[in-house]
Structure formats: C-alpha cells, structure tokens
Design a protein around this ligand. Structure first.
Ligand code: NAD
Length: 494
C-alpha cells in the first residue's frame, strides 16, 4: 500500500466565521489573554486557522451567558424553538460543501465521509425540530390507584448544559447534543475538542443566522480543558453535563459531577465485536465489515474492534476482506477517489502502531499493512491481523484506527462469550441469514446497539449509546430529548 502524494496541498477552506474569536453571549470574543490554538490539517500537517484558547474566566463568562439566557429560552414557545432548529437544519444543508471541506481539513476524513457526516449531523436538528413542537403535549394526567387525588406528570428543561465533544465527528457529536438541549429548552456551553474546533464555530455561526438568541449557544475553544471544564462544573448553576469521549475522561467528569449531583450523559469508549456466521451472505458481511472498520479511518467509537469469524467461512472471508483492505486508496481526504484519509494526529498514529507492533511481536500474523510510509501527513495503512495471541494488547484495547483484528470461533455460544468478554458495551454487529439466530445473538450481546447484517447503525431517530463502561443514557431517538428534561409530578386534590 502506498498513499497518494499530492503535488499541491488542497486549498484551505473558507472559515465562514470570524477567526480567533468564539461566540459567548451573542458576541464573538477573543480569549481574555489573547492566546490562541493553531488548528492543522492532518493530511499536510500545515496550519489552517487559529482559534482562541479560552481561560477559566472565559469559561465562566460562557456559563454566565448561558444562565442569563436560560429562563427566556425555556419560556420561548416550543414551536418557536422548533422553527429555529429547522432553520439550522436548512442552514447546514445549504452550506453542506463548506462544512464538509472544513471537517476534512481539520479532521482528515475523506470528503464523501465528511458530506455524510454533514447530513447525519444536520439530521439531528431536523429530528429534534420535529420532536420539539409536540414536547409540552406529552405527559400524564389521571387518578391515583386509590381514587383519592389526581397525578399530573410533565417535563421541564433540566437547565444550562455543558456539552463536551471529541474530535472524530466534529459536527455530528455537537449536533447530537445541542439540538435536543435546545429543543428541551436548555441553554448550552459547547466545548469542542481542541484538535477540531472549527466546525463547531461554523455551526454556531449558522445557528446565529437561524435566529438562536444570544447566550443560548456559547462555544469555548481551549487547550486547558481540565481547568476550564473543572471551573464550570464546580459552579452549581450548571445542571447538566453531556460528554462524548474516552472512558477515562468520562470517569473523571462523573466524579466532578457528583459534587453538585449534576445530571450526566456519557458516551464513552467502545470495543465492538463483529460476528460473521457460516450462513452469512458473504458479500454483505465483507462489505459491512469494511464499513464498520474503515469508517472515519477506524476512528469511531462504534468501529469493529474485534472481528469474529465462524470456522466454515473464516478463510474465504479473510481473503476477500484482506484484498479489499489492501486495495483501499489512501491519501489526502480532500482528493477525489481517496477512500481512507490520515489519522487525526501523530499521537493517534503512534497508539495504533504500538498495538500492531505489540501483537506482531507476540506472534500475530500480519496479512496486510502495518508499515508507516515516510512523508507529510499522519497516515496509517489499512492493516489486517490474524492468529492474535491471548496476551496481545489489541484484544482488549480500543484500536481507533484502520486495523482489523480477526479471530475465529466454532459455536454460537463461544461467539457470544467472546463478544461479551469486555468491560465495554457500545456497538456490536451480527451477520447471518438465520433470523432466529440473529435476534438470539443480538439479545445475548451486552451492548447498547446491534447491527444485524449491516455495519452502520447511527441514525438521529434511533437511541445511540452504550452499556457498562461505554456510558450512561442515550443520544438521538426519543431518549435523546429525555436527557435534557426533568420530570415534574404534581399531586392535585380537587
Ligand atoms: P478524550 O476523552 O480525550 O476527549 C474528549 C473531549 O474531552 C475533548 O473535548 C477533550 O478536550 C475533553 N477533555 C479531555 N480531558 C479532559 C478533562 N480532564 N476535563 C474535561 N474535558 C477533557 O477523547 P478523544 O480522544 O477526543 O475521543 C476519542 C474517544 O471518544 C474514544 O474513546 C471514543 O470511543 C470516544 N467516543 C465515543 C463516542 C460515543 O458516542 N460513545 C463517540 C465518539 C467518540
């Protein structure tokens, strides 16, 4: 495998928002110390833009703005909130190419994947616009079982929400939080990952144009996440934290949230099994595994981390899958025809490479890939490993790169036991033409999500999230809105 070498780097996309500024309380401001973060393109390692590096003071200013705007936003009629979300959906779609170019430039995924992320991310605004309109009609009213008085149950916004997102889906991860928060009547402070803050700033610009009032969406970009987030979370006025990122940081935030007994939603790491049975449609299974492995360069929490093949099809599957992996065109994601972009940074390349080196040193067989090419850009080739020994780190760690770890099994029970042998429980995939087996195995796997005969399950209309150490609560679906609401019960004696 060789990655394509560009003769001239792709031009830096237009930012579409004021550089070195962030929106706090409806005004685009610099960091209080004037310091900035340089954002670079992982395909070229060249700088693209600078964004402010918010201080604790800036973070608290964003919190003040969100708190000042909270009552008026909660009192804004649901239909008006829904209309703003619908206009945001349209605003993103109208600027689809601009968003996609920015996502590719700051994160590295290919342009078609970035466009797919734009549609997926925008979809959350459409979905929650549709939900927001009927929000206050949902509830219960009725006699308590003893017949003595009435029970009324309604929902209200939980309050100002702190939203923290990772770098792998720069638009979708924020959209999945902001849209339901606003639909429910919560104001927000969004803290995107420092590697990919540009898309969030463009989103804030589009939301402003869609009519979001000042203070309802504040964005802080910072390279002092621990300090700034810590200060905001120590303030009892913030009532909700929704975090997507690593289990390790999620744990630390849960500890901080305990202090003020804050409402928490956690979307954390994964270690998804993908199981292919002998009776699977092999074309479907190979294609599904390629999607589940290579989407986002493998840098996805729902990426197929462990591929289990039943012994009858193992050889055939491995051969076809490996051929496809080896034929994948790697290069700058902005170039037409490229199927796999760079990883997000040098640290990510080092961590993926360390897992492969460890497995091979312990005796795993390398079927393709595994060698880093010289040159600019954080590239790692599509790689396939088999015969992975029991003590290899790759068996238990989240790979987060284009490396497929293949294992074999004989019986259904064995596959289920292996699949569940992890503290995580986010996504899982099952390929079989036997419907009973598909549903039986899906039920038996401890994971928040299972794809049957498909390698992609994310959808704004479906509840996304994990069990065990993969997180708490769901995003999207009807559950996504519940995460930003409190339940209010009123006992009524007539
Ligand atoms: P990360 O945990 O390092 O960072 C996530 C966010 O938290 C970033 O904005 C970062 O700046 C911030 N952060 C880091 N340390 C912090 C601290 N001490 N206090 C407050 N904020 C802090 O994760 P990452 O490397 O950006 O993303 C990769 C991880 O995210 C993977 O484990 C992946 O599985 C997970 N992920 C999960 C989902 C999901 O929905 N479950 C989706 C995407 C990614």
């Amino acid at each position: 495998m060789e990655h394509t070498t560009t003769t001239a780097p792709a031009p830096t996309p237009a930012l579409g928002f004021p550089e070195k500024l962030m929106p706090i309380g409806g005004v685009w401001v610099p960091s209080s110390t004037g310091t900035t973060i340089t954002v670079s393109n992982p395909a070229t390692e060249q700088p693209i833009a600078e964004v402010p590096s918010a201080t604790v003071q800036d973070g608290l200013a964003a919190l003040d703005a969100a708190c000042s705007a909270q009552d008026a936003w909660a009192a804004t009629p649901a239909r008006e909130r829904a209309d703003i979300l619908a206009r945001t959906y349209q605003g993103i779609i109208d600027r689809r190419d601009e968003f996609a170019a920015l996502i590719t430039a700051e994160m590295g995924k290919t342009l078609p994947e970035a466009q797919a992320e734009v549609d997926y991310g925008a979809g959350f605004f459409r979905w929650f616009a549709e939900s927001a309109g009927r929000l206050h009609l949902e509830g219960q009213y009725g006699l308590e079982p003893g017949g003595n008085y009435r029970i009324a149950v309604s929902k209200r916004p939980v309050g100002p929400a702190l939203l923290i997102t990772p770098w792998n889906f720069p638009l979708a991860m924020g959209a999945r939080k902001i849209a339901p928060a606003l639909a429910a009547g919560c104001t927000t402070v969004l803290k995107p990952a420092e590697l990919t803050p540009l898309t969030s700033l463009l989103l804030a610009q589009v939301m402003e144009e869609a009519g979001v009032p000042a203070g309802v969406v504040n964005v802080i970009t910072t390279n002092d996440s621990r300090g700034v987030v810590g200060a905001i979370m120590a303030d009892p006025r913030i009532r909700k934290i929704s975090f997507t990122g690593s289990t390790q940081v999620g744990r630390a935030l849960l500890r901080q949230a305990a202090e003020n007994v804050m409402n928490t939603s956690m979307e954390l790491g994964g270690n998804a099994p993908l199981i292919v049975f002998d009776d699977a449609d092999l074309d479907q299974a190979v294609d599904g595994a390629i999607v589940a492995k290579l989407r986002n360069g493998g840098q996805s929490c729902v990426g197929a981390n462990r591929i289990y093949l039943q012994s009858g099809i193992a050889e055939q599957f491995t051969q076809r899958f490996t051929e496809k992996m080896a034929a994948t065109r790697v290069g700058d994601g902005a170039e037409p025809g490229v199927e796999l972009g760079p990883l997000v940074d040098a640290k990510q390349v080092a961590s993926v490479s360390a897992l492969v080196t460890d497995a091979v040193a312990k005796g795993a067989t390398l079927l393709t890939g595994g060698t880093i090419q010289e040159g600019a850009g954080y590239y790692y080739p599509p790689t396939v490993l088999t015969n992975i020994p029991a003590d290899a780190d790759i068996r238990t760690e989240e790979i987060f790169g284009p490396v497929a770890a293949i294992y074999t099994f004989d019986t259904e029970d064995e596959a289920i036991t292996e699949a569940n042998d992890t503290p995580y429980g986010l996504a899982s995939y099952v390929f079989t033409q036997n419907l009973s087996r598909a549903l039986r195995v899906a039920d038996a796997i401890e994971a928040g999500m299972t794809g049957i005969n498909r390698g992609l399950v994310s959808n704004p209309a479906a509840p996304f999230g994990g069990t065990n150490q993969s997180g708490l609560h769901r995003e999207g679906g009807t559950e996504g809105l519940d995460a930003y609401q409190e339940t209010k019960y009123t006992g009524i004696q007539l």
